[in-house]
Design a protein around this ligand. Sequence first.
Ligand code: F0G
Length: 358
Amino acid sequence: MPFRSRYTGLIDTYRDRLPVHDDTRIISLGEGNTPLIRLNNIPGFLEAEIDIYVKFEGLNPTGSFKDRGMTMAVTKAVEEGSEAIICASTGNTSASAAAYAARAGIKAFVLIPDGKIALGKLAQAMMHGATVIQIKGNFDVGMQLVKDITGHAPVTIVNSINPYRLQGQKTAAFEILEELGCAPDYHCIPVGNAGNITAHWMGYKEYNEHGIVNSLPVMVGYQASGSAPFMRGAMVDAPETVATAIRIGHPQSWDKAWATQKESKGWFDECSDQEILAAQKMLADREGVFCEPASAASLAGMIKDVKSGKIPAGSKIVCTLTGNGIKDPDTAIKQCRAPLQSVEATLDAVKRAILDNI
Ligand code: F0G
């Protein structure tokens, strides 16, 4: 029987485009190669002549796009002799750092805002054996502490200010270009620290500079209204949103993201929590794709821009779905119809429950 070649992660796949050597020990969990799903039902529902794809990064090994950056950051940390990594996180980075540290056999320290991360993400960091430090402050405060601590403790920062993170994350753009054969007209993406929008733009530009393709997308970044420094044109000191993953007021890649917006002739926009949750539910209901609230900001924003005509008819659009909905069951359950309660365990009762709801 012929063997199918086995996918062994994005560093193996894009070795010639990443800063690794032949003898580098790769720390991988098989990340990348995520599905680009064409939406079947939502375009019709929007009554818009558009072609929408979602890049479901929630299907990475720890359930978010962070794994793309983390495989690179932890591989390089180990190569450089580091025995411990540290990050501040709204949840996903901590889950990813914890998993890749476990894989590498090194320690992970994660700073998270007290009570403000989704339950699944906390469970991940704890299960992978990270030292979880819950601080009485938000992500931005944690990020500053992580920057300050490095002179005082032997730890490597694996937040997206570590340049290897963006190197890994740029591969998502490579995959999209390879699959579509060209760039989408618009790439819509949620923005927190703005590392991911920056990394995608790097990836798109790199394939163009090497003559692999000759097309670039317009990059559109969406923030939650209560945490939208790019819309305010200034840092936000007390960010709030139901989309806890992007509850960030002081983005670390501020200048790079503005450069991305200008170079790609794109824009930033904001979505209310209500719009974000409605888009998350719509995607789950109508397409069978369950992403986390922060991820749905890309869809919510895109829908508004299609309705207003800012994204014109005939466009090909990719929305990045950054994380998996299973990570945040509390927020999901709150917006759903309750299960039918206390149904007798009899054929009759179950039959009635079905016929009443068909
Ligand atoms: N979506 C999700 C699900 C995220 O977890 C994050 C960031 C973003 C979007 C924003 O990406 O920061 O590159 O603009 N989460 C970080 C964390 C901050 O700690 O997990 P960005």
